[in-house]
Design a protein around this ligand. Structure first.
Ligand code: NAD
Length: 357
């Protein structure tokens, strides 16, 4: 049956990079029987300009009805002074929370051809292949109560609540163990169990879930040590699982080991593996509309969509191999350019991937 994919290009470079991913998906529709139908809609600042909201109810309904969503990026200077309730990012948060996308998968994979792009020594990062599984709809970013209150002495006090229930920990742990089973069967769970009770429970529940995956080797690590180990010896990691805030920080750190934000894909999944796929980077307003953006993170996000939601692993691999091939050919957008390579724009890079398919 034809699968429905909603394309939400968003703002800044969003429309340019999603156009290249759509080209790749169209090519697979034509040559490999991918059989998806794509419709496009507005999110972020573009939606605010059209409807006064960063995500209209109609678009939300289309997202709920679609099999998968491919998103570019949202935000930009133009909308920075808007009230926080209608800022472009709110469109993204609404999609994540109403679709219950609790599992965020962010691979930090370094293509060997780009080992020089990292700020770390090539021998430390060559062959790097980490998958960070971050809980996305709970933890301190959502915990209640929260706010800023005035104390009896007139001083203001800010407060947030770090909370996880057993069921929230259990479901994200299952996602991480299943991912580890498909990879090197090594899982590192990151917490701060020496200080925070909520992560003491996290550790206990991860150990309980581990019993169901006896083949997976489990390690627990405090978040401060994990941040250090990612720089010291990142290749020790296969899959890492952690809560919302630690995952936010560690996944950005891990992505920078690869030195190239324009290469990094991500997936946010619900209980049934329905998902939203987007590059890890933002809308890059500084280079928007100039045909300078690297579309590979979005194209690789489309590959993740084929793998996790649309059940077409062989086509996901086909896209990933095509990306590797264009890198072998020496084609580079500005963000991953090094001397001796051929500099190309966003469109030319997309065309090269289609040709390499
Ligand atoms: P950014 O990721 O947009 O850009 C950081 C730097 O990386 C910029 O120099 C940019 O030119 C470069 N860059 C990013 N993606 C690139 C690509 N594909 N190819 C080449 N270069 C690329 O982060 P920022 O500058 O902090 O934020 C810009 C806007 O994006 C803000 O409005 C922010 O709120 C928004 N943002 C959105 C998302 C999202 O949609 N998921 C994520 C992060 C930031």
């Amino acid at each position: 049956m034809t699968k429905q994919v909603l394309i939400l290009p968003g703002d800044g470079i969003g429309p340019e990079i999603t156009a290249e991913a759509v080209k790749v998906l169209n090519a697979l529709n034509a040559s490999d029987g991918l059989d998806i139908e794509m419709t496009e809609d507005l999110v972020g600042g573009a939606a605010y300009d059209a409807h006064g909201l960063p995500l209209s109810d109609e678009t939300m309904a289309k997202a709920q009805a679609a099999d998968a969503i491919l998103l570019g990026a949202v935000g930009g200077y133009k909308w920075e002074s808007l009230d926080i309730s209608v800022r472009p990012e709110k469109g993204l948060l609404r999609l994540r929370s109403e679709m219950k996308l609790f599992a965020n998968l962010r691979p930090a994979f370094l293509y060997p051809q780009l080992a020089d792009a990292s700020t770390l020594k090539p021998e430390v990062v060559a062959g790097l292949d980490i998958l960070i599984v971050r809980e996305l709809t709970g933890g301190i970013y959502f915990g209640q109560p929260r706010g800023i209150r005035v104390l009896d002495n007139g001083e203001r006090q800010g407060f947030n609540t770090y909370v996880y229930s057993e069921s929230e920990i259990r479901r994200i742990a299952h996602v991480a163990f299943k991912a580890a089973m498909k990879r090197d069967k090594k899982l590192t769970s990151v917490d701060k169990a020496n200080v925070l009770e909520v992560t003491e429970l996290w550790r206990e529940v991860v150990d309980l879930v581990a019993v169901e995956y006896p083949e997976v080797e489990v390690k627990h690590m405090y978040v401060d040590n994990a941040a250090m180990q990612l720089i010291l010896n990142p290749k020790q990691f296969d899959v890492m699982v952690t809560g919302n805030m630690f995952g936010d920080i560690l996944s950005d750190e891990a992505s920078m080991l690869t030195g190239s934000i324009g290469m990094l894909a991500s997936a946010s999944l619900d209980e049934n593996n329905k998902g939203m796929y987007e590059p890890s980077h933002g809308s890059a307003p500084d280079i928007a509309g100039k045909d300078l953006a690297n579309p590979l993170a979005t194209i690789l996000s489309a590959a993740m969509m084929l793998r996790y939601t649309l059940g077409r692993e062989e086509l996901a691999v086909k896209i990933e191999n095509a990306v590797s091939k264009v890198l072998d050919q020496g084609l580079r957008t500005g963000d991953i350019y090094s001397e001796g390579m051929t500099k190309v724009g966003c469109r030319e890079m997309g065309d090269a991937v289609v040709a390499a398919l």
